[in-house]
Design a protein around this ligand. Structure first.
Ligand SMILES: Nc1nc2c(ncn2[C@@H]2O[C@H](COP(=O)(O)OP(=O)(O)OP(=O)(O)O)[C@@H](O)[C@H]2O)c(=O)[nH]1
Length: 303
């Protein structure tokens, strides 16, 4: 029986996993491969699943991490995907705080080993986040290093924001942890065909995301439009423990809906044409959910 390939996508919150996934899926579909995606989100709702094309079978695992609390559910989902579909490959997009080794573990159980084979572990790194990693807590720093060391291909994003010296410094540090680096603008087709994962490098260190990290999520529903300037001001002054914010919101005086992406101090908007609930998912280390709720409510203005 032909085994279904698994490609695991890891990388810290907002480092570019979904963006890389979209590129991989385009390439896979162009090559007429039958693909499914398992998307894991630490929050109760998924924003990123809207990004996956309708031609791809999608399973969502929400409100937990496949590397710990949802390990069994990942296995069940993988088995149901391989039983019901003649798939060539399943992509697993992990939460930004997943410990790679435990995700690999969950994909290589006694039940799945006959039908699945890990083809690769791809990791994304945000170069600016890496540069300022000493401002993060030791557990988050440890997690960043783990995600890099257990991947067999790394994509370093946002290098263009760094000076030449900073770039060299970041690349040197990352290469010393894992020499299998690929920098942005890579030919996805070429790297997918050369991908080959070797399990021999795995060292089973234990790190439980649940107990080791104080990552919290908060989902905020928007009732009235925000004042755009105040919203941007709020994010400019956002606490450093708020790592990620994403979702759909509207702004006063503008009838459109916007897909908001905030990570590592950077804010981007894109017009959203679908009618989606107005809500923001906030992710951070020990974030004060109550305070965020109050602050976000204050940004609402009557039309
Ligand atoms: N400049 C630049 N921005 C990028 C790149 N990759 C992703 N982004 C932007 O960074 C933001 C987050 O990207 P995502 O792909 O959603 O990141 P993610 O790792 O999937 O995020 P989570 O699932 O929330 O952890 C988005 O606004 C992207 O457009 C890149 O290579 N360069």
């Amino acid at each position: 029986m032909k085994k279904t390939e698994i490609i695991i996508l890891t990388g810290f919150l907002g480092s570019g996993k979904t963006t890389l996934l979209k590129q991989c899926l385009q390439t896979e579909l162009a090559n007429n491969r039958k693909i499914a995606v398992v998307m894991n989100e630490i929050g109760k709702i998924s924003i990123d699943s809207n990004e996956v094309s309708k031609d791809v079978r999608l399973k969502e695992l929400l409100n937990g991490c496949v590397c710990c609390t949802m390990k069994d559910q990942l296995e069940i989902q993988l088995l149901s995907l391989v039983q019901n579909n003649e798939l060539d490959c399943i992509y697993i997009e992990t939460t930004g705080v997943a410990n790679t080794i435990d995700v690999i573990d969950a994909c290589t159980s006694a039940q799945t080993v006959e039908s699945l084979v890990i083809k690769g572990v791809l990791s994304t790194v945000d170069a600016s986040r890496w540069l300022t990693k000493n401002e993060l807590s030791p557990t988050i720093r440890y997690l960043l290093i783990q995600q890099i060391s257990y991947s067999n291909l790394l994509f370093i994003n946002r290098l263009q924001n760094l000076s030449t010296d900073e770039k060299e410094h970041v690349l040197h540090e990352i290469k010393s942890i894992n020499p299998n680096i690929i920098i942005e603008n890579t030919n996805i087709n070429e790297f997918l065909s050369n991908l080959s994962f070797s399990e021999t490098t795995i060292d089973h260190e234990k790190f439980d995301v649940n107990t080791s990290l104080k990552i919290k999520t908060y989902t905020h529903e928007q009732n009235h439009s925000y004042d755009k300037q105040q919203f941007e001001e709020f994010l400019r002054n956002a606490p450093s423990n708020l790592f990620r914010m994403k979702g759909y919101v509207s702004f006063k005086g503008d009838p459109l809906l916007y897909n908001v992406q905030y990570s590592n101090g950077l804010l981007t908007y894109e017009k959203e044409l679908m009618k989606l609930p107005k809500r923001l998912v906030c992710i951070g280390e020990n974030i004060d959910q109550k305070l965020l709720e109050i602050e976000l409510n204050k940004l609402e203005v009557s039309e």
